[in-house]
Design a protein around this ligand. Structure first.
Ligand SMILES: [Fe+2]
Length: 285
């Protein structure tokens, strides 16, 4: 009786997606699937996520869950395609409602802001059965308000909290983000046993291959912990200083418009085509 985890790296957005399955029952879950998207042309495709779908088919797995760690701002979710192909329920943290409210207002989107586009909204302590095992949902806010980590059998899928120990931690300057909250979430994640595996949502390798799994022991030596000496105030200062230098993510507006709809696309306009919005403003200084 064991869990198998298969990792898939999406190079264009440096994102890790996962297929997790119980080897006995064949029940499975997909975590953070990615839709290919070309910003210049607006064209999307299922080429990358098709690898996950094919993996599940080839291994004759039954898909139960499509887990989103949060509403991503740097890539588009392929959750709807996975659901269409294989079934399963789309799951995200209950904090998605706040994210929807913020962006519905900012982008003047005509969408429900009650999370009803998703099948299940989870809060801390909720569990989702996977054969002989279960996922336990943990709230790990800071990067966003809806950020969740999902624990299963000594593994934690941690979304955007820790990055690789040589890289640091996730930015906290998005709406609802908070460096104080992220510090608490990082402390929470390092309170698990030292050999627990922490699976990353992203890796941005410099001079090495991308890494998916880290451990609690390794993350206790995360470069941002080292630089702040594990002191909360020093960490918050370091995080806020770094965030003030970061550019707006390349795919934030397309990503948000798809991801807060659980991966559904906008309705067709009268000419039969779909469009995504871009806020426009003038700097008069
Ligand atoms: Fe993110």
């Amino acid at each position: 009786m064991s869990i198998h985890i298969e990792s898939f790296y999406h190079k264009d957005t440096s994102t890790w997606s996962y297929v997790v399955h119980d080897t006995q029952s064949g029940n499975s879950a997909v975590i953070d699937p990615v839709l290919d998207f070309d910003l210049h042309s607006g064209e999307s495709s299922y080429q990358s996520v098709h690898q996950l779908v094919e993996y599940i088919r080839q291994h004759k797995l039954q898909l139960q869950w499509i887990l989103e760690t949060h509403a991503h701002a740097d890539h588009l979710t392929a959750a709807q395609y996975v659901k269409q192909q294989l079934g399963g329920k789309i799951v995200i943290g209950a904090g998605i409602k706040d994210v929807q409210q913020h962006f519905a207002q900012q982008l003047n989107l005509d969408i429900n802001t009650d999370g009803s586009q998703f099948d299940i909204l989870v809060s801390a302590g909720d569990s989702l059965r996977l054969g002989q095992f279960e996922f336990i949902a943990h709230e790990t806010p800071g990067h966003t308000d809806d950020s969740m980590s999902y624990e299963i059998d000594g593994n934690l899928f941690i979304g955007d909290t820790f990055f690789h120990p040589d890289t640091g931690t996730a930015r906290c300057d998005f709406p609802g983000g908070s460096a104080d909250k992220l510090f608490d979430s990082l402390q929470f994640l390092t309170s698990f046993p030292e050999d627990y595996r922490l699976w990353l949502c992203h890796d941005y390798p410099k001079g090495r291959d991308p890494v998916a799994a880290t451990t609690v022991a390794e993350q206790k030596n995360n470069v941002h912990f080292q630089q702040s000496g594990g002191n909360p105030a020093a960490y918050v200062e370091l995080r806020q200083k770094r965030d003030s230098t970061l550019a707006v993510p390349r795919l934030i507006f397309p990503s948000i418009q798809i991801n807060i709809r659980a991966g559904q696309f906008p309705d067709d306009e009268p000419n039969g085509r779909k469009y995504l919005k871009l806020p426009f403003s003038i700097d008069n200084t």
